[in-house]
Design a protein around this ligand. Sequence first.
Ligand SMILES: NC(=O)c1ccc[n+]([C@@H]2O[C@H](COP(=O)([O-])OP(=O)(O)OC[C@H]3O[C@@H](n4cnc5c(N)ncnc54)[C@H](OP(=O)(O)O)[C@@H]3O)[C@@H](O)[C@H]2O)c1
Length: 253
Amino acid sequence: MNPDRPRVVCISGGTSGIGAGLVGAFLVAGDRVRTFGRDPAKVASLSERWAEATGAGDLTASAGDVTDGDFRSRLVADIAQRHGRLDVLVNNAGVILGQGDIEEPVEAWRATLETNLIAPFALIQACLELLERSPDPVVVNISSACAQHPFATCTSGSYSASKAGLDMLTRRLAMGLAPRGIRVNCVAPGVVESPMWGGAGDLIETTVTHRHLLGQRAIEPRDIAEAVLFLASPGARLITGATLNVDAGYTLG
Ligand SMILES: NC(=O)c1ccc[n+]([C@@H]2O[C@H](COP(=O)([O-])OP(=O)(O)OC[C@H]3O[C@@H](n4cnc5c(N)ncnc54)[C@H](OP(=O)(O)O)[C@@H]3O)[C@@H](O)[C@H]2O)c1
């Protein structure tokens, strides 16, 4: 069944990089978007960039931390009050905090897993009732090529492990939520130039040169958005538990 238009879409971490690209893509598709990030300045600049959509109530952006249970509860209550249902949930917020393998501090592991793995699970759990009110509910998790192999170009073990966990979470929940009609899928990007890289231009260049077999360039947020839009569309109605690599061939070998 086609979802009612406009769809109600919640995107975590939509204030920067890939998430900001997703916000724009869903708005252009005519949907209503709810997003958030921790930094109020980034929230304000996103709202300014999409001033018309914000004024029309099509975009609501606020400051909040996805690892905070009280924030998640307020977010869900706000979506329920404004829209009464949720059609698409994109777990996009993510961090790279450590570097290396055995030398990474335990605290970096804990904080990375909290943001990249536990918070997506908790947000899906919190949104379940709202998703069940949608005619075609879908969850898309933003994973990473680094989940699939310990590539030397993936510089943080905790990051890779968190995303590998997210891939398995996707498959577990796809199975568990299929009886409720909720599809759960993953998109796994290769290198996307974004603030997450913290200006590590050398590493981007090396990775593109050695791992991107197509295009010889960083992937753009709109490439990721196209994949997410597809997975959220009726054309993907029988796709669940899938990981769609948008990685220019990164994971091939
Ligand atoms: N860039 C790449 O090459 C690449 C490759 C593969 C996968 N990915 C994945 O794609 C996703 C987006 O990454 P990006 O490259 O767009 O990074 P980014 O530019 O750093 O954006 C991350 C977004 O998440 C938000 N965020 C981080 N922690 C949060 C928290 N605890 N609560 C709420 N919001 C939070 C950030 O806002 P605040 O900092 O203000 O909270 C920001 O809006 C991540 O899951 C990342 O792992 C990226």
